[in-house]
Structures are given as C-alpha cells and as structure tokens.
Design a protein around this ligand. Structure first.
Ligand code: ATP
Ligand code: MG
Length: 425
C-alpha cells in the first residue's frame, strides 16, 4: 500500500467530528464580530511569499513547498494566509478607499519537522483588518481570540502575551543597536542566531538557546527604543484590554521578525501541549500592503492554528464529540425500504436530525447492534407489526426504552425529545 506523505495527516471520523465542532465555533465567532469570509488559492507565485513573508524568514528560506508550473513559473503552496489575503483584496480593488475585516480558513504547508502539534499540512483560521491604524482593532482581534476560547471552554488553559515593537523607525533603530551589541559576541550565539544576526536579528530574541538568552540579558532593550507614539498606542491597547476584562502579560521578548511589523504583537499560549504551545499569533503589520505593491495602509491580524486548538480541546474535554448519527433507521423487510426512506426524508427536512438508514439487510437484532455501534441516540424500527398497525417504534438507545409513535407526530416527537439530547447542530 502507498502510505501518506510524512507530516500530512489524515483526520479520521472521531477526530473530524471534534475538528468540525471546533472550527465551526471559531468561524461562528468571526461572523459574530462581523468579519466576512474570503476563500483564497492554495497556490501562489513564490515571489508573493518572498516579498510578503520575507526572504530571510525560516518559512521562505527552508519551509516552502515550491514547484515549477508547466510553463516554468515558480509556484508555492501557501505557508500562511496573510500575503495571499493582501494580494487578493488589493488585486480586486477591495482596499481602495475602504476598510476591510475578513477571515479565512484552510490548509497551510510548511516543510518542518513533524511532531505532535506541528505538521507539514496544517490548518489555520486567519483574520485580517485593513485600514485601521488605532489600537481599537488590535484589541478587537485579541477579543475575538478570547471569545473563541470562551465558546470552546478553554479560557482557563490559555494565556495572552503581548508586546509592542514601536513604530517602524523605532524598530529600525533598535535593530541597529542589537546588531552592534551582538556582532562582537557572534561566536557565542547558537547557529540559527548567528545566521539571523545577518538576516533577521530581532528573531534572535525568540531563541530557545540558553547561551543566547544569557547574552541577551545584557543586550539593549526593545522597550527603551519605543517612541512616544508607540507607548501611547500600546498603553491604549492595555487599557482597552483591561476594560474588556482580557488578562495578559507583557513579554518584552515577544517579536515577529519581519520588517513590516510594527506596534502590537501578541500570542495566545497554552502550557497543555508541550513545546507546540502557541495556538494563535498575531499583530500589526502596517508596512505589508505597501511592501506588496499597494498604497500604504494600516493592517493587523492573527493566525490561529486549528490543529493545536483541536488538540487542546481534546485534552481539556476528553469525552468524544457526539456521533453524527441521531437516528438509525431499521426496517425488517426489503419492501419497507421506500417507506423507510420517506420517513428519513421527513426527519432530514427539519435540518436538525441526521438519519442513517440501515443497509445490507439482516435481522432486527443485527440492525440494532449497528445502531449501537454508531452511537445513534435512537433507533427507529419499521417492522411487520409497525406496518400493519401503522405506527413506528422509537427506541432510545441509552435507556433501551421503546415507544410507539404515530407517523404524523414522529418529527415533532423527535424534535421535542432531542432538545435536551443535543441533536446534530
Ligand atoms: P511556531 O513558533 O509554533 O512555529 P509560527 O510563529 O511559525 O509558530 P505563525 O506563522 O504565526 O506560527 O502561524 C500562526 C499559528 O499557526 C501558530 O501560532 C500555530 O498555532 C499554527 N502553526 C504554525 N505552524 C504550524 C505547523 N507546522 N503545524 C501546526 N500548526 C502550526
Ligand atoms: Mg514556525
């Protein structure tokens, strides 16, 4: 048998149910904040990511799935969503004299070392807001995250870290100072940081290497470079978060290494997933639209790692997410199939009840075993007596209680009883 490609995951039914449950609630939350959905291509010109993510980032340097199109163009599977989102809105004139608040969901691809919570194909829910320069949007993006954790019952398992990079001038000045400080010490840095010193020095602050972190304790501090406007922006954000009741810690080493990031950066982190603990990262990237060839425009957004949110949900809420089958429909003779299908359609027409009709014949005992096996809430039984006396038997699987139900009141009956049984949403 041909096997799956390393790092490409199969999401099988039990996990897919949880996956759907989680992703639906993330998307619902975005809709409740009135963000509009966009659907974007998986493939873009490689150049888009080189410019939009940054030549010197790990993503572009070594993590992209790049291929030559048949006519020789260099294309890449998207490693993240922001660059493509900016491209799409810009190309279609949706950033012209207007603001936008959009979200998207779907697969991203990065050639990384696969492990729990880190895959080569993974899924993000991303949100982006264009045309808003103030900290109110930063706060809104953070509030969306907080709302998601609340809806999913994860609030007590995540924390928010925030930081400010200051204006882009302040950042540039800090970058110079950091390079000046670290260059004479370069030999003592870990290998990645040595490389980053030349390409992407701010990212060194992120290093997990102890020797590097020790050197950084004496390094110039980013906060000392943040200008007045930067402090005002950040302090306003903090006040807004306080007013919203969203707790946070300021982590002065939290950075996003790209040149177009400025002001706010934030991450939602959990301790429950080991080293793959960042479930959402975001910030303000006022320079990006211009970097990609558009008119300068403020922007902010986040990317949420759905795989990790699903893992966290599973570790917190261990009980399986309920099966897709509400009703398993049994019928004892092949000539009852047409009638059974008609009943199934009536139930499905409510758009609230999922009905699986038994297939493959066999006696009632075998059919009820199947009903049990798929975790259906109820079995509906259409047998000889039911047909002759014109009723349907409804069996509640958990209790084994059976009821005779009139055909005309069946739908109503199931809906009423399912109100507390949590029928498929
Ligand atoms: P990390 O430090 O974990 O590599 P990142 O900074 O590369 O994360 P971003 O590019 O900010 O991640 O992407 C946003 C979110 O997408 C991350 O916070 C994480 O939840 C998720 N994510 C990123 N890479 C992966 C991956 N390979 N597998 C699963 N989820 C991922
Ligand atoms: Mg990464």
């Amino acid at each position: 048998m041909v096997q799956a490609v390393r790092g490409m995951r199969d999401v099988l039914p039990a996990e897919a149910r949880r996956w759907r449950y989680v992703e639906d609630r993330l998307c619902m939350t975005l809709r409740q904040f009135a963000y509009e959905e966009v659907q974007l291509p998986l493939l873009e010109f490689t150049e888009l990511f080189a410019r939009g993510v940054g030549e010197s980032t790990d993503i572009v340097e070594k993590e992209m799935y790049t291929l030559a199109d048949r006519d020789g163009d260099s294309l890449s599977l998207r490693p993240e969503g922001t660059a493509g989102c900016v491209r799409a809105l810009q190309e279609n004139g949706l950033l012209y004299n207007q603001t936008q608040r959009v979200f998207y969901t779907g697969s991203m691809f990065r050639y990384e070392k696969p492990q729990r919570g880190r895959y080569r194909q993974f899924s993000q829910v991303g949100a982006e807001a264009f045309g808003f320069a103030g900290p109110d949007v930063d706060a809104e993006l953070i509030a969306i995250g907080a709302h998601c954790w609340q809806v999913l019952g994860l609030t007590n398992h995540v924390r928010l870290e925030i930081n400010t990079l200051g204006s882009s001038d302040a950042r540039a000045a800090y970058r110079t100072a950091l390079v000046e400080y670290l260059t004479p010490l370069a030999k003592q840095l870990d290998e990645d940081s040595q490389r980053r010193l030349l390409t992407n020095p701010l990212r060194i602050l992120d290093s997990k290497n102890n020797a590097t972190q020790a050197l950084l304790t004496q390094a110039p501090q980013l906060t000392d470079f943040v200008d007045e406007a930067g402090h005002v922006h950040f302090n306003t954000l903090r006040t807004l978060l306080d007013e919203l009741g969203v707790g946070y810690v300021v982590n002065p080493n939290l950075v996003r290494g790209l040149d177009y990031y400025a002001h706010t950066v934030f991450e939602w982190i959990t301790d429950d997933l080991g080293s793959q603990g960042t479930i959402c990262g975001g910030g303000r990237y006022d320079g990006l639209v211009q970097q990609l060839g558009g008119k300068a425009m403020p922007a902010a957004g986040f990317g949420m790692g759905v795989d990790r949110v699903v893992l966290l949900h599973e570790s917190v809420h261990r009980e399986p997410v309920k099966s897709a089958v509400d009703i398993y429909l049994c019928y004892t003779q092949s000539q009852y199939l047409a009638f059974a299908s008609e009943i199934a359609q009536q139930l499905r027409a409510t758009q609230k009840i999922a009905v699986r009709v038994h297939m493959g014949g066999g006696n009632l005992k075998k059919q009820l075993k199947r009903a049990d096996g798929c975790d259906a809430n109820w079995a509906l039984i259409i047998g000889q007596q039911e047909r002759e006396e014109d009723f349907i038997t409804l069996k509640h699987m958990a209790t084994g209680v059976q009821e005779r139900v009139d055909r005309n009141s069946l739908v109503q009956h199931v809906l009423v009883h399912s109100a507390d049984a949590d029928v498929t949403e």
